[in-house]
Design a binder for this molecule. Sequence first.
Ligand code: PLP
Length: 459
Amino acid sequence: MVNEKELAGLSYDDAPKIVTKKIPGPKSQKYLEKSFTYESMARGAGRFPLVFKEGKGTTIKDADGNVYLDITAGVAVNSVGRCHPRVIEAMKSQMDTLMHASDLSNVRRTELAEKVASVMPGNLKNNCVSYFSQGGSGAVETAIKFVRKITGRTQIAAFHGAYHGVWCGGNSLTTGDQYRKGYGPFIPGVIHLPYPYCYRCCFGLKYPSCKMQCAHYVDYVLNTPYTGADDVGALIIEAQQGEGGYVPPPPEYFTIVKKACEKHGALYISDEVQAGAGRTGKMWCIEHTDVDPDMITWGKGMGGDVPMAGLTIRSDLAAKIEDQSQPNTFAGNAMTCAGSMANIDILTENDQALIKRAATLGELIKKQIKKGAKDIPIIGDVRGLGLMIGIEFVEDRESRKPLSGEKVGKMVMGMLNKGMIMVPCGRFGNVFRFMPSLTLTKNHATKAVEILLETASEL
Ligand SMILES: Cc1ncc(COP(=O)(O)O)c(C=O)c1O
């Protein structure tokens, strides 16, 4: 059991609290002007008008002292909340002894590798090796390289709506015009398949009468000589698509696709960078299915406040990778390893109590949103597993036309003015994502739903 009172103590309990006349306030405005002058606006947040000063659990204080409810968890990163006292303690004590150790073995790094192995699903559990990086992009980039070496094949299958990072290899797998247009050419040999997005099925079918045509299509593509099928080394897929719009496919989709991979000799990579680390109510999102992946890319919520990500692969596959073929100067920094271990401990202790709570709290939140959405015609769909909930906004339910960018912007600012940070994603940028830290209290969850529904009603 997770104690609500203890969770409340980890955040500013009186959030949200807006003290300036407008947002951004005067101090924030000054920082933003400097930021827009000296920082590249290619960054993810672009010109979002908020300047963080303090983070506490599921709440944030800006440079002017406004306190917000944070329903983003730093884009699914702060799984146990910001500045968790145990994470701070672990890092502080590590700072006194060792931080950088280059790519050599260090005590904390080896302990983390062992811990990661112990929390892996299925056949990977305690039967794997991990490669560490500072972000999910590094993990995906490494996966591409390893797949080619292991299988001797050159092609990789990915999915429409996928986000696997923006380095050259990962960017080739990632879809989304803003990441691609004018930046190519990318690596050759990438096949993009339709992701099972039932609300907007590209085959115009309805689940379950569709009989999972999209999954059988994957089998067809891997099997046809016209795609050079015997050259597909791996398929990389998110078990619930993140940036693509918080889309959870029917679980049997993955069973069919995994069988296709096995039949045609392609490895199965589950990209768990966003959906992993307990977010969906299980440690790994793929655990909602019966699929045993060959590799997992992970990041975000595994490190929480520290930059820690990795690629974990089955031990027999690892034997095919040459020693010293993928160095990384900052991998396995002892301080970030210590922080990440404390983070994973908090997530998984007491029989994964916090993760199990994410499943029940997520159901409660979805129920509350669905109930309120009945009277709000611009809410088209509410979906997702655990605390990875997507709320798809439309111009009207009949046409399902995505809500315009202008109105989405008004939603974002409307919520921010009420003291809540929630950001959109999706192919059309019209899906708001409820992705808080797993330590969000029930009180704050209810408050967040109220703000979301109130702002949507005002639109
Ligand atoms: C599924 C997935 N893979 C990979 C990445 C890239 O991770 P990073 O931004 O840490 O490099 C992301 C980031 O959002 C992601 O959601």
